[in-house]
Design a protein around this ligand. Structure first.
Ligand code: FES
Length: 146
């Protein structure tokens, strides 16, 4: 699809023409997928997490220029962030980092926000957080003696 000239900010054009972190990740700690039901565009986000911090991120996006630029900048934004910091990245933050998006393209950044949340959720499912130690006395009955 040819999009009208001047529609996008220089940052969007830069990320669309030179997308960062494209591709599939081997052994990711979390994978999130988001799809826009209207246009059908899809983003898949892979994250690698160490000690609660996202150390690597990659994406595969089937979508428009704005979706690809949003995906690209999102992988850069979440790298080095804690899980909570990554979850705090909203589509508004992505749009601002891109230097703005035309109103009709805002939904493309929402795809990236949803993919972050889905990837983190997947990571959290695979990596159960350390459960608090059971209250004293529990699990110490007759049945637990060796
Ligand atoms: S037109 Fe659907 S994500 Fe951009």
């Amino acid at each position: 699809m040819v999009e009208p000239k001047g529609l996008y900010s220089p940052i969007v054009i830069e990320h669309f023409t030179h997308p960062r972190n494209v591709g599939e990740m081997e052994n990711p700690d979390g994978v999130g997928e988001a799809q826009n039901p209207v246009c059908g565009d899809t983003m898949r986000l892979f994250i690698k997490v160490e000690a609660g911090r996202i150390v690597d991120a990659k994406f595969l996006t089937y979508g428009c220029s704005a979706a690809i630029a949003s995906s690209s900048i999102t992988t850069e934004m979440i790298k080095g962030k804690t899980i909570d910091e990554a979850l705090a990245i909203s589509d508004e933050v992505i749009v601002e980092a891109l230097g703005g998006l035309p109103p009709a393209k805002i939904h493309c950044s929402i795809l990236a926000e949803k993919a972050i949340k889905a990837a983190v959720l997947d990571y959290q499912k695979k990596t159960p957080s350390p459960s608090p130690s059971p209250p004293r006395g529990e699990g110490e009955g007759e049945g637990s003696r060796k």
